[in-house]
Write a protein that binds this ligand. Sequence first.
Ligand code: NAG
Ligand code: NAG
Length: 459
Amino acid sequence: MTHVILTIFCIFLYLYDVESINPPSAVLDLSDKFLDVKDEGMWFVEFYAPWCAHCKRLHPVWDQVGHSLSDSNLPIRVGKLDCTRFPAVANKLSIQGYPTIIFFRNGHAIDYRGGREKESLVSFAKRCAAPIIENIKEDQLEKVRILISRNFQNIIFQVKLSARSQPSYIFFGESSGPLFDAFNTAANAKFSVARFYSVSSLKEAATFRQRVVVSKDNEEIEFNGEIETLTDWVTRERWPGFVQATASNLAEIGASGKLVVLIVSSESQKLNNTSPIREFHKTAEEATKELRKHPALWNRFQFAWLDGSDLASQIQMAAVSEPHLFIFNYTSYEYYLSEDEPSKMTIKSILTFLEQSAEGIDKSTIIAFGGRHLLTRIKRMIFELYWNVAQMFATQPLLSSCLFGVPIAFLSIICYSICSADFTVDRDEFYGEEDELVDDEEGVENEHPETDDDHEKAE
Ligand SMILES: *[C@@H]1O[C@H](CO)[C@@H](O)[C@H](O)[C@H]1NC(C)=O
Ligand SMILES: *[C@@H]1O[C@H](CO)[C@@H](O)[C@H](O)[C@H]1NC(C)=O
């Protein structure tokens, strides 16, 4: 009996020990089973191929990373996975090159793109593992506000935000209840693109009303919708009021759920005192500030500016001249134009335009240009091709001429030689036998007289 109890106790101890190996002291060799567990907890994984020289160089460093992180007692599991043995995993996670280093936090994958030294790898992992909601004291708030308003990029998650200030979300009050739960959910969904803080009061907790604000553009905007809509609101508010849009972030700005008011104004003209583009950009910026006073419009529109008219021209499938303003729905790829000349627009007329457009869209009385219909898509493709070629010639005439000229020259030579080729030659070859036969016959015929002649001569 005692034996049985002892055995059970030993098994229990053993199991308990296995559980407590979390995090392990060394780097785990992962297999395709990883796919089943990657969504649980935190993983820092190197995806490698045995033949890759960079991977071989990384392995000893990776071992050190494993030791260092297990010493830190953070619940991060460090692993490596041979993608040649488990191609299914590489496929599933769309691993493109080797080595690829990814931090998984409850299934959310954060790519590592920094240097391959132990220090930067370890500090990256530590930052990824940091609490999603950072708890700060009331007296630290001012410091955080200064930090928020300062011009910094989100180096932690390698998200390049061309923003003057990155929005941060702050929760005030006691960390419990439905509002805090919703805040926690939103933070878990969006932690890789924004910062989340919670502030508890030092003294008068009772008067410290529970609320969520977004801090951006040196202002704080309070969330006052239904609790279930908090995550949507966080998505909508994640861009600064007037952000630069590029080909790479336009989709993301469009995904905020707001219509994008795009202002076309070249960066280079903003230093030009006499340029109307500079004036217009300023007007649009002021309009952004004014927009905040109109919650209905604010919830609906996001201002962004484009450096140069390329992207705008591609959206509108026509050459756009600066300055320009239009409303763009990324989801449907539709855009709306104002009847006013953009350069003559004032803050007031911009807001009026937005108001009328919002009403027009709701009642479908406004004309939507563009779209994603098949015909429009084909037209856009052709336009983009034409536009890109035209741009190439405009910016690099010599190179483009060579690029297009050389193949065209070759093609012309080939065409020319095909067209002007003497088909009679072919025909001769084809009918050659006949001709030769005739020739031979003639020859034969001729031979006799000649031989006759010779013969005659000889005689
Ligand atoms: C964009 O257009 C689609 C389709 O018409 C619509 O469902 C969506 O709400 C629009 N987006 C915005 C931000 O209004
Ligand atoms: C400045 O703006 C004026 C007015 O549009 C324009 O004629 C001029 O070429 C601009 N200067 C430069 C350096 O771009």
